[in-house]
Design a protein around this ligand. Sequence first.
Ligand code: SAM
Length: 248
Amino acid sequence: MYPGYKTWGAVVAGANPVAPTIRSSIKVKTSETISNDFAWAREKMVQEQIIGRGIKDARVIEAIRKIPRHSFVDAGIVNRSYDDGALPIGEKQTLSQPYMAARMTEALALAGAEKVLEVGTGSGYQTALLAELCFNVFSIERIRALARKARALLDRLDYHNIAIHVGDGTIGWSDHAPYDAIVVTAGAPAVPKPLLEQMAIGGRLVIPLGDEQSQLLTRITRGTAGFEEEQLGECRFVKLWGKYGWRA
Ligand code: SAM
């Protein structure tokens, strides 16, 4: 929790919260103060959760420092925006933990010129992170309401290198393939075959693989001779539903 946040818009404790003496002590924050509070919280998150846990890619760190994560969560939980955990975004879905978004993005090894496919737009936070680090992002979300909300927010934040499609991301987006990097932000029982087919030679695919309870973050690299797989650690994601994911 960052300084002063709890007093924002809150009624100061007292027996009668509508008594004039109490109302006069309400502290109304200006938008500048609120934005400073978030900058403070974001820097603390970067230091403790990102750099402190071993994220080294300077471009990833800078992008996380820049993106207003609090814009991607609902007003009722905005005070938890920079907490060390996943957050609800509606439709029984989550915005991933900051460290996990950073870890997955770092594992894609983006230099700036890549075409990236993201499966699972969610709130659009990681989409923004990718958009800061590559040439263009194609993102697929199966829940229309989330896709619409993310699109509107990313437009407001002035991202012009993102295309969002509503559909089943387990079949990929063949129109724009091959991709230099693919990230799947939901847990899959196995690697969806179409995603392997849509990888460029030299491309990287990062995906959580496992059962419903826990998964292993896995990076697959496509070489001229075939695919190589590395395990990057344990994680826990919501399910990847679809033709090549979990079936309802
Ligand atoms: N990275 C996102 C963010 O920053 O908010 C969080 C993604 S959330 C953990 C996983 C998302 O994957 C959900 O929004 C869910 O609806 C979506 N999803 C699940 N299966 C999908 C599929 N087959 N195609 C596209 N999106 C899918």
